[in-house]
Design a binder for this molecule. Sequence first.
Ligand code: NAP
Ligand code: ZN
Ligand code: ZN
Length: 346
Amino acid sequence: MIPVKGYAAPKANIPLAPFKFDRREVGPHDIQIDIKYCGVCHSDIHQVRDEWGGSIFPMVPGHEIVGTITKVGSGVTKFKVGETAGIGCFVDSCRHCPACLAGLEQYCEVGMVATYNGRDKEGQPTYGGYSNQIIVDEKYTLHISDKLPLSGVAPLLCAGITTYSPLMQWKVGKGHKVAVLGLGGLGHMAVKLAASLGAEVTVLSTSASKKVDAEKLGAHHFVVTSDAEQVKAVNNTFDFIINTISAQHEYNFYLQMLKLDGTMILLGVPPEAPTVAAFNLIGKRRRLAGSLIGGIKETQEMLDYCAERGITSDVEVINIDYINEAYERMIKGDVRYRFVIDMASL
Ligand code: NAP
Ligand code: ZN
Ligand code: ZN
């Protein structure tokens, strides 16, 4: 076994604290990564607080992982020691079902193995990237370009792919009016990526203070959702709404902003079940859809796309002992726009 240092939540709603554990030895198809940075996703908070149910403790969160390869197994063909590599939201899947064969491992019919708060094929709990080492099969490892600052690349492994995948699925581009709902980690990547594809982007936010940033990120318009006049002006106008809100909110209020045949794509996972008025969909043949992260092939495509265009996340790099405060700030919407842990602080 390989001894690892990390930070864990011992139980739901107990602050994270230093934690030592073991990882498996490097197998023939495995890669060992010395973790340099790990992004902080709102899903970490939902799971640490057991807001979705079924959380496994102690929990070492973190699924936006980048670092340097320190060891490769004898059968590894795609990676070498010394290269930079990334790990996203899952570390294994069944590999045989139609979804896995189609490169859509996130929708594996048997169930993907989540990077943390999951169980591997031996039934052992998985531990994530708030740690100094990780060992993963090369099939679930991503190549990372050295062109971009690594701290800003880490959030691409979740916030980047989660927003890129629906933009590809719905072929978003020139001529589309796209609203990004919620300007946090996912939201700011949605703005950058949708704008890079040529869409006309509007940010819908509760925080008037984020207007200047929204424009710098590439948004063309900004709507404060508490301002009735501004909201009225955008009702029935969007082709797509990319909904990244993490907390309870009223879907009907936003569905009305879609034009005929418009689609609201849910990315955010508020713990409470929302209600949807049928007439809000029927009246304009609107669609309500959802999307979960992205497969390995598409994640690599997204990383290469971002490397070519110089797209990274806007980050606030923190020491790991700041993680509990970082969570409190994220819940208040006070992050511009992703916290990333510098693992040298561990
Ligand atoms: P985040 O950085 O905390 O951003 C969420 C944003 O939502 C906030 O910055 C805020 O933006 C807005 N917001 C928060 N509470 C709100 C409320 N009550 N009403 C209206 N707006 C509110 O979170 P994140 O890391 O981007 O994650 C967002 C959600 O996506 C989480 O639920 C997370 O679990 C989920 N997620 C899903 C996937 C997937 O595969 N589908 C992947 C990753 C994360 P403003 O200040 O602009 O209003
Ligand atoms: Zn995430
Ligand atoms: Zn599968």
